[in-house]
Ligand binder design. Structure first.
Ligand code: PXP
Length: 248
């Protein structure tokens, strides 16, 4: 089976919020997350990932409901384990839910979910989401005990946190950790995904990890879209200005 690509479009909303956070209903509020999801799908995304954070710094509740209703693509909701977010998941009914740690101060999800410390809370969240018909993933660091705990909790999937790998200059140690965790996850019957900090340059190293089902990639794809799309965006604006005449 080929490796699936989940595209995280949170940072499309980050850009919109940078200008329109206080005017969400403005007709100018762009970029549109629904259009971004459609374009990602047209480019071959197998699923769309969104993370509604407690502080709503990028995706808003209305965004994820619009994506769910208007784009025919499997939806993966990343969420912190709070009653508010679990209720959002129960209303949204995404295809997949990925439980992530969340703190207000972090710029992005910095570490995996500590499934050992959070055992009772995480287990209950997994059960409630599964009972609601949602497949559940746990975003964990590539640590043997965390993989074993995820299996004990009966999560459907683990998503191995590739952030430490992405940030390492010498990647060999981090690749070895990912390989061992992926092998163990597979042996324990878990679907193994990976994500965070994966880009066009480090992708070949990620592909050395066995038993992967899906990669979740956001920042590098959204960044690349801005670079490869810039020329066309300027061409369109310049074309729109062509008909101007100083003395009509
Ligand atoms: N997977 C999870 C669980 C995440 O929290 C994130 C970041 O939101 C990603 C994947 C995507 O990471 P990146 O934006 O670095 O590609």
């Amino acid at each position: 089976m080929s490796l699936l690509l989940g595209v995280n479009i949170d940072h499309v909303a980050t850009l919109r919020q940078a200008r329109y956070a206080l005017q969400p209903k403005s007709p100018n509020a762009e970029p549109d997350v629904v259009l971004a999801a459609r374009e990602a799908k047209a480019g071959g995304a197998d699923s769309i990932t969104v993370h509604v954070r407690g502080d709503r710094r990028h995706m808003q509740d209305a965004d994820v409901f619009r994506i769910r209703e208007e784009v025919d693509v499997p939806l993966n909701l990343e969420l912190g384990i709070t009653e508010e977010m679990l209720n959002l998941a129960f209303r949204l009914k995404p295809d997949f839910a990925c439980l992530v740690p969340e703190t207000r101060e972090e710029v992005t999800t910095e570490g995996g979910l500590d499934v050992i410390a959070l055992f009772g809370t995480a287990r209950e969240a997994v059960k409630r989401l599964k009972d609601a018909g949602i497949k559940v993933s746990l975003f964990i660091d590539p640590i043997e005990e965390h993989v074993r705990e995820a299996a004990r909790m009966e999560a459907d999937m683990i998503e191995l946190h590739t952030g430490a790998f992405a940030n390492a200059v010498d990647k060999s140690e981090e690749i070895a950790r990912l390989i061992a965790a992926a092998q163990l996850g597979h042996e324990l019957g878990l679907q193994v995904n990976a994500g965070h900090g994966i880009n066009y340059l480090n992708l070949p190293d990620v592909l050395k990890v066995p038993f992967l089902s899906e990669l979740n990639i956001g920042h590098s794809i959204v960044s690349r879209a801005m670079t490869v799309g810039m020329r066309h965006a300027v061409v369109e604006m310049a074309a729109g200005m062509k008909s101007y005449s100083l003395h009509p």
